[in-house]
Design a binder for this molecule. Sequence first.
Ligand code: NAD
Length: 433
Amino acid sequence: MAKSRQVRGINDTERSIEMKVQRAAVIGAGAMGSGIAQVLSQSGIHVILKDVKQEFVDKGLANIKRMYDSRVKKGTLTQEEADELFGLIKGATDYEGFNNVDIVIEAALEEIQVKLAIFKEIDEICPSRAILASNTSALSISEIASATRRADKVVGMHFFNPAQFMKLVEVIPGVKTSKDTVKTAIELCRDMGKVPVEVKECPGFLVNRLLFPYMNEALWALTEGAGTPQEIDEAVEAFGLPMGPFTLFDMTGIDICAHVNEFLYKEYGPRFTPSPLLKHMIKAGFLGQKSGAGFFVHEKGAIPKKGEPKTVNPELAKLIEAAKKDAKTDAKASKKFEAYRVLLPMFNEAVYALQEHVIEPSDVDVAMEFGCGLTRGLLTIAEEKGLDWCLNELDSYHKDLGERFRASWLLRKLVRAGVHDFSKLEQQPVAAR
Ligand SMILES: NC(=O)c1ccc[n+]([C@@H]2O[C@H](COP(=O)([O-])OP(=O)(O)OC[C@H]3O[C@@H](n4cnc5c(N)ncnc54)[C@H](O)[C@@H]3O)[C@@H](O)[C@H]2O)c1
């Protein structure tokens, strides 16, 4: 693979407005930064990998070296190729060389003050042509851009973990980001073999915004007794998701999920009303895989694969009882759990995102495929079932279970107009650009 890629010359100076990235810098050599530096190097781009301490830089470089070694072992790269690509990455604890980069991708701590300080510094040091990108999971790109004098060149590039393997990158323009910047970021993603989608800035961007109503609803269904964690996971996996919501909770970390859901609830309101269950799990120390138990027991810290037997945490029943009391509801599942109970809130949120022009319809399916591994398009599943059916189900759940199921007005409008699919809303998906 690397054979066909040219290591780019470092003396080229001419650039068009829509720039071809040749030299990059990554800030933060942690899990995401080292992964991003590796994918940049794989496409022949020179990379400076910066962190605050040499030991963090070394750790990041060692991670990358390990990944390249494993590719040599697998036979997808020769030793020579791996050495050449790894040689494109230079570790740093200062800003040397930043005065000659085309792009900086920041992957430091998820704290706005840290990011504002970094963007202010790099704005002063980097050449005026350079794009300044952030891999933030949730912070505002427009706010980060406000720390610079080049808001038109600041953009979100949200990679997924692990960045070496996950194909999706959400490219997020802030309010002042120029079209050329977005275009360059999209082109760079393609050069790296990634699948970009453009998502207008909104809390959670697209993938997390859609995942959380679905995961949160699984918690409410569990608390009501609609199904066990295994039953719910299996019902959902049958729809082409690589893992069910409870396995995903355990893998991601219960504390991280609770934090994201609270954030989305604060931003979007009642549709994201969090189930109290996660708080009880955190209090009891059940954080998922990393703590040895979450919804399931993970004896060797491993996540069971699809179809493998799972042992439910024996303490879960007690925690569910406590969550029920907190929720002040004795809502009982009116019918046996079916996957649509959790897929409909995800689909409905996608239609809210369409309603807000956050994304193009065909990019929704692309994002969910390459960001979450959905083997069938989310909108396609809904179109096959019938938009009118989806709306009726949402309305019926709304009557029984409340605001989490309030249907978007766009869905109601399409159904009233007799429209059966989302193609009419399409303007210019990334795939067509
Ligand atoms: N981990 C994920 O699943 C994931 C996915 C997508 C996006 N993100 C985002 O990517 C970013 C990094 O996440 P991570 O999981 O790699 O974190 P991490 O803790 O593994 O790495 C962060 C690194 O940044 C370094 N750092 C902190 N301040 C710095 C500074 N001022 N200058 C240079 N380096 C600095 C730290 O020393 C650390 O090595 C965060 O914004 C996070 O929200 C994370």
